[in-house]
Design a protein around this ligand. Structure first.
Ligand SMILES: N[C@@H](CCC(=O)N[C@@H](CS)C(=O)NCC(=O)O)C(=O)O
Length: 92
């Protein structure tokens, strides 16, 4: 088990991922859901249909970029090096 795995297990995360939000003792995950909750709690003005379309377009695009960049990075970080070998993530 890697240090990342050990930390995520220790934190007892719902999907094994961060971020999480605790509200009234309950734990919630998924960053966009958490952001939408925070916006609602903060009383931000509602978006009209076209503003919401634009907002969701950006959120979905950022999600796709995140999935294709951060996901593989975590997979590499979670990879266990063979005995005596070091996994190098960056060369600079
Ligand atoms: N869809 C999730 C993705 C969360 C996610 O990928 N979190 C990363 C940190 S940025 C993580 O906890 N990765 C640990 C792992 O997958 O092992 C969200 O939007 O919250």
């Amino acid at each position: 088990m890697t240090n990342v795995d050990a930390l995520l297990n220790f934190l007892d995360l719902p999907l094994g991922q961060l971020p999480i939000l605790k509200v009234d003792g309950d734990i919630y995950c998924q960053s966009v859901a958490i952001m939408r909750y925070a916006a609602a709690e903060a009383g931000l003005p509602r978006l009209d249909a076209k503003q919401e379309l634009r907002s969701n377009m950006l959120i979905d695009t950022m999600g796709e970029i995140f999935d294709q960049t951060v996901g593989p990075a975590f997979a590499a970080a979670n990879a266990v090096a063979p005995e005596g070998e070091l996994i190098v993530f960056q060369n600079h």
